[in-house]
Design a protein around this ligand. Structure first.
Ligand code: HEM
Length: 458
């Protein structure tokens, strides 16, 4: 039996408008990534969009998604987000390709080595303690909390402390470096979705502010690295990513300041927006499902020590239901639902019942969570589907990507989210506050207008 081959010209999709193509129909602000999934159901898992005149292949077809993700860095490179990050001066592992990526990836993997998570844990629990105190204060004043804002403070404080050992004290006020750093992130989304790349030609006040923040972080990385070298010379165990990088890796030359700075900034970006959204959506679901909230509370109460703070990351492994809640949250609300790639050479990808032929340089968008609907009652929040002997494994469902460029921060992100969910449910009854919660897609997909009311339980 022969397998049919489809080329880009064979693909159909929503009818493009003159000049703008499908850009208007995408309505990114209102629809987020949902439009991509809707079209995949309407036109089949692999279809064609036009951004202006440019043809863009979109696919949620499991075997194709997997083939692209695995054929890196040689066969496929990242599109758009890579050049946007490099244009912002963020020269790290996320945007690197080829040999440079291989070296920076080793660096990222070394920083996030699971063996170090134990050493990092005290830093993480210091921030979760501050978050809990902030929520106790809000509960005392009977004030709702802005969940995404607080999760961003938490993840930015954790990632900066882990990366360079600097305490942002992000819960203390609204004027510190954490606020200035937080201004960097929306710029990525703005540039990714700008119909005309004006930023390439015009320097705005916000670009000058951004340059100042970058210089501030650069100076911090320099002084932290000097301190890291001194501390590692005493034979201590690494407590920060920089300390983990002091000793050269086997077969690698010492890292330059540019490489250290690029990867530190990449970690701050990659670790903050994503984890804060995942944690915020997790709390959103728990607030709307009191019975699930109660089960998370019971697990945390049993697993965390008498003072409510787990002594080590091992305690978080005793939270199977909390973990199921996070998996189910990421199924319903994937943080990185769409990613763009480009083949470096002409290629043929094995699809479900057909082969897809792509010429070198053809943009292809992967729907990393299209398989999210391949379960019973796909719109319902049912964490139990992830428990027991037969958890669903719909393909493709890759909230952290796959293949050689798989997210190296996955364990850290899951640990932070489980810790926050456990601690907050243990100490507060969470209830929704306000109107409907929205979703927006910028660099990542995140909730809008997400506020909760808290009733202290101890
Ligand atoms: C829930 C939270 C997170 C989600 C959903 C997430 C998701 C992703 C995804 C989808 C990718 C692309 C993978 C691919 O191309 O196959 C990625 C890459 C990456 N993530 Fe995460 N991430 C999260 C948290 C983190 C954290 C906490 C860190 C580090 C502090 C981190 C660091 C990175 C880095 C450095 C890359 C680039 C890897 C490379 O290109 O080799 N992420 N992440």
């Amino acid at each position: 039996m022969t397998t049919a081959t489809r080329t880009v010209d064979d693909l159909t999709g929503p009818r493009p408008l003159p000049i703008v193509g499908n850009l208007v129909q995408m309505r990114t602000d209102r629809d987020g990534h949902r439009a991509y999934d809707r079209w995949a159901r309407e036109y089949g898992p692999t279809y064609l969009l036009r951004f202006g005149k440019l043809p863009i292949v979109v696919t949620g077809d499991g075997p194709i998604v997997e083939a692209v993700l695995r054929d890196r860095p040689d066969g496929f490179t990242r599109t758009r987000v890579g050049p946007v990050l490099e244009g912002l001066g963020v020269h790290g592992v996320f945007s690197a390709e080829g040999a440079r990526w291989r070296r920076l990836r080793k660096m990222a993997a070394q920083s996030l080595n699971a063996a170090y998570l134990r050493e990092y844990f005290t830093t993480i629990t210091r921030s979760s303690g501050r978050l809990r105190a902030r929520w106790a204060h809000a509960a005392g004043e009977n004030r709702p909390v802005d969940v995404l804002d607080d999760m961003m403070r938490f993840t930015l404080e954790v990632t900066t402390a882990l990366a360079i050992g600097h305490d942002l004290d992000a819960f203390a006020g609204d004027t510190g470096l954490h606020r200035r750093l937080a201004e960097l992130f929306p710029e990525i989304g703005r540039r990714l979705y700008a119909p005309v790349p004006l930023h390439n030609w015009i320097t705005l006040p916000r670009d000058r502010r951004r340059a100042r923040v970058m210089r501030e972080v650069d100076a911090l990385v320099r002084s932290s690295y000097r301190q890291a070298k001194d501390r590692m010379a005493t034979g201590a165990k690494p407590r920060t990513f920089l300390e983990a990088l002091v000793a050269p890796l086997a077969g690698e030359a010492e890292f330059s300041h540019g490489e250290l700075f690029g990867n530190v900034l990449t970690m701050l970006l990659a670790g903050q927006d994503t984890t804060s959204s995942a944690a915020a959506w997790t709390l959103h679901h728990l607030a709307r499902h009191p019975e699930a909230q109660q089960r998370v509370r019971e697990e945390a109460t049993a697993a965390f020590g008498p003072d409510g703070t787990p002594a080590d990351p091992g305690a978080l492994r005793a939270l199977p239901f909390t973990d199921a809640v996070i998996q189910e949250t990421m199924r319903l609300r994937p943080v990185a639902p769409v990613m763009g790639f480009r083949p470096t050479r002409d290629t043929v990808l094995p699809g479900s019942g057909y082969d897809l032929r792509l010429p070198a340089g053809q943009s292809i968008l992967l729907l990393l969570s299209h398989g999210a609907r391949a379960v019973d009652a796909p719109d319902e929040f049912r964490p139990d589907r992830w428990l027991g002997d037969n958890p669903p494994a719909p393909a493709p469902l890759h909230p952290f990507g796959a293949g050689p460029r798989f997210c190296p921060g996955r364990n850290l992100a899951l640990l932070e989210t489980a810790l926050v969910a456990g601690l907050l449910c243990r100490d507060f009854q969470l209830t929704p506050d306000g109107g409907p919660v929205g979703e927006r897609l910028a660099f990542t997909a995140f909730p809008t207008d997400l506020r909760l009311r808290l009733t202290p339980l101890r």
